[in-house]
Write a protein that binds this ligand. Structure first.
Ligand code: MN
Length: 755
């Protein structure tokens, strides 16, 4: 193998391996009991021996990777010696001659079990080799299920993923996209759900860096440039607080903490504002050292000191201490008016809360291993109950197609939770967004099937009413009520969805059987036979696409027997009873079906796909790319190659689930390109002459052709308009947006994803 930039120097490498191991040993020392350092040394030696002839894509010795993963496990997650040994050995079974049995014999059952869990999670490499979608989703399913066996499996897998993301630059481009997207789709939400704030935001930042490098660099550069100014502001802001906290006997750490690049970017995009317009590029964090039983009172004392100096915005007070968030986060947040009239967020917490905030459940795990008691009810049981839920879902949904399983998993386990009570005061936990109908199914399927609505806190609400924390829910039922397809839109939980689908399927089958009976009887009366020909003719006559629809409509009574009589006369008129062909597949009736809508005109003139410059492709409707956008190609089934923007909302899912169908795409040089249709939504304050100014900028200054314009005054002198126009490329569009912003009264200009 050739490593273009890496020069192999084995003596230097051996020194580096020892250096890294020493770092690991130093970091893990506080967590070691007697015999533990021998365990770690043995795991290290085993891993060095097992990986001795292997190198990473970058050219570095493979052993660097497991050592770094172990370092992350200690440094970022504070995991103990069992996990450190497992981290060092995590790739041994998969990549070398070592068997799980060997690990078990040498390191004990606990280490072996964790290594086994990590090994069961398919690597990106493996996923790539499987060419079939359901196989990939299946791998995801396996991964998510493996996670539920031992929490430490998740932590080590996350450490593994984080290190792979940190070293992504040596991978080829298509793998970078795939690994980055997969991290964004599964691992970042997982880290969030586990409260691992640092890992979550690092994964998000790296995702942005590898999918939209220019955006990432631009924000990083601007953050860097404004740093000294920001530091000066922070210093001024905290100096009176520092003094007062000390005077009041607090041991406190107080500093400014910058927002992550990814969250800045998300905010810019969501609110359509520039970097310069973001006022909260950082938050002030106050961390106090205090006894467990005084935590809450002391945090509020600090709050009172802060608000002595700066006046708070009452609407922005968040007390996550009295009610911690679902992922265990505890903190007191307030937003106050700073010295120069800017709002500043201040986060107040104790050292323990801070550790939990940054390391989430991993910190809880540590407290458990160290035998320390948690504040109030046990937080770590929170993790246990989450893992139990995953196991439940595994059992309930063993039949579900893998893709749906992954979706359900995301909907149910990465979202925050909502707590509601039964009339008897029993607590039920549901994913956020869950409705009264979900609640009914949560209690019992029968209650769900007959749910009419609910009384929430004594008030009558419809069954699709969204629950809020603390709601008391009484389900109202009727014997006559039963599920219909619309219900699927009203529910959030996997359980409710599965039950409703089951019900509808059974019911449809019954109706269709009845329809078939009626149809056969009626046709016999008319001296007709129910065969393929007749069925195809029925489909045409009733304008239905599938035989099942015909049977269903008859069974339901939507198609009446008299209409079947009329069908016979129509058939006679058209002389369809003359058998058209001997070949049953060459069915004339099929020709009478309305031809499908003409497909979008395929293009081949603006993009280079893979390395080919004359491939045919079309643009995805979901994000409508234009020249200059960062794009990739996606091989669809039946519709050729579709071009998506890398920031398309579907991109992470496509890349994560169907990595092998991604194909790189870049724009050809600008000269011979055509124009692209985009749609802008413009909002502004209404004034005389505004529309004229807008159109003047568009068609006058920039010579852009308008395809359609639709502007109306909404209310209170706010106008909203949609304009479709043709632009050359992304930078042309940017220029246009900038010019539009300069018009007096314009509040926002937003590019719509669908045209
Ligand atoms: Mn690994």
């Amino acid at each position: 193998m050739i490593f273009s930039e890496y020069v192999i120097d084995e003596a230097e490498e051996n020194k580096e391996i020892i250096r890294r191991y020493r770092k690991l040993r130093r970091l893990s020392r506080p967590y070691l009991k007697k015999g533990d350092s021998e365990l770690i040394l043995k795991a290290f030696k085993t891993a060095v021996e097992a990986h001795k002839n292997t190198r990473r894509k970058s050219g570095e010795p493979y052993i660097y990777h497991p050592i770094q993963v172990a370092i992350i496990a200690v440094e970022e997650l504070n995991l103990g010696p069992t996990s450190v040994a497992a981290a060092l050995l995590h790739d041994v079974v998969e990549d070398t001659e070592w068997e799980l049995e060997d690990i078990k014999r040498e390191f004990g059952a606990k280490v072996a079990k964790i290594v086994d869990g990590v090994t069961k999670i398919p690597s990106t490499e493996e996923m790539e080799f499987s060419q079939d979608t359901s196989q990939q989703a299946e791998n995801f399913r396996k991964m998510l299920l493996a996670l539920s066996d031992d929490a430490r499996v998740i932590f080590i897998k996350l450490a593994d993923r984080l290190h792979n993301m940190r070293t992504l630059s040596s991978m080829p481009r298509h793998k970078q996209l795939k690994i980055a997207s997969e991290s964004m789709y599964i691992y970042a939400p997982l880290a969030h759900r586990l409260g691992l704030y640092n890992i979550k935001s690092e994964l998000e930042d790296l995702y942005l860096k590898y999918t939209q490098e220019s955006v990432y660099r631009e924000i990083a550069r601007k953050l860097d440039r404004s740093r000294s100014q920001r530091n000066k502001f922070i210093k001024e802001f905290i100096s009176p607080l520092e003094k007062s906290l000390a005077d009041n006997g607090f041991k406190a750490e107080i500093f400014g903490r910058p927002k992550s690049i990814y969250s800045i970017w998300t905010k810019m995009r969501k609110q359509n504002i520039s970097f310069e317009e973001i006022y909260d590029l950082f938050a002030i964090r106050i961390i106090i050292d205090t006894a467990l039983e005084k935590e809450k009172a002391d945090c509020w004392r600090v709050y009172s000191i802060v608000t002595d100096f700066y006046s708070p915005n009452i609407d922005r007070l968040r007390d996550w201490i009295s009610t911690p968030r679902a992922n265990g986060y505890e903190s007191l947040h307030t937003t106050v008016m700073g010295p120069d009239g800017r709002w500043v967020e201040v986060q107040i917490r104790t050292q323990r809360m801070n550790e939990v905030a940054e390391k989430g459940y991993a910190a809880h795990w540590k407290y458990k291993e160290l035998g320390r008691v948690m504040n109030g009810k046990s937080k770590e049981s929170n993790l246990d109950s989450w893992l139990r839920l995953i196991r439940d879902l595994r059992e309930q949904n063993s039949e579900l197609p893998a893709l749906e399983f992954v979706d359900d998993f995301r909907a149910n386990f990465f979202s925050e939770e909502v707590f509601a009570f039964t009339p008897k005061g029993q607590l039920k936990t549901l994913p956020q967004g869950a409705t009264a109908l979900d609640f009914a199914f949560e209690i019992h399927s029968e209650l769900g099937f007959h749910c009419l609505g609910a009384k929430i806190n004594q008030k009558l609400v419809p069954l699709n009413h969204t629950l809020k924390n603390g709601d008391q829910v009484e389900i109202i039922t009727s014997k006559k009520q039963k599920p219909n397809a619309d219900w699927l839109k009203y529910v959030q939980t996997a359980k409710a969805k599965a039950r409703i689908k089951e019900y509808i399927k059974t019911e449809m089958r019954q109706v269709m059987n009845k329809g078939k009976e009626i149809l056969t009887r009626k046709l016999a009366q008319l001296k007709l036979e129910l065969n393929n020909d007749t069925m195809n003719q029925l489909k045409i006559y009733f304008d239905l696409r599938q035989s099942a629809d015909v049977l269903f409509n008859i069974g339901k009574g939507i198609i009446q027997p008299t209409q079947i009589t009329k069908f016979k006369s129509w058939r006679n008129e058209k002389k369809l009873h003359v058998k058209p062909s001997n070949n049953p597949r060459d069915n004339k009736a099929d020709d009478l079906e309305p031809s499908p809508k003409p497909k979008e005109k395929p293009k081949m003139d603006t993009l280079v796909i893979g390395d080919e410059s004359d491939m045919v492709y079309s643009f995805a409707r979901c994000c409508n790319p234009i020249s200059g956008d960062d794009v990739f190609g996606f091989t669809t089934i039946g519709e050729g190659i579709k071009i998506h923007r890398t920031d398309c909302k579907n991109a992470p899912e496509l890349m994560a689930n169907y990595g092998y169908r991604i194909i790189k795409a870049r724009w050809k040089s600008q000269q011979e390109q055509e124009f692209f249709l985009v749609e802008l939504r413009i909002v502004g304050t209404d004034r005389i002459g505004l529309v004229r100014d807008v159109t003047k900028v568009i068609s006058g200054d920039l010579k852009v052709n308008i395809a359609a314009i639709d502007i109306g005054v909404k209310k209170e002198n706010i106008f909203e308009g949609n304009i479709k126009l043709y632009v050359k490329d992304a930078s042309h569009l940017d220029l246009l947006k900038k010019k539009l912003y300069k018009i007096e009264g314009i509040i926002s200009v937003e590019r719509l994803d669908n045209v």
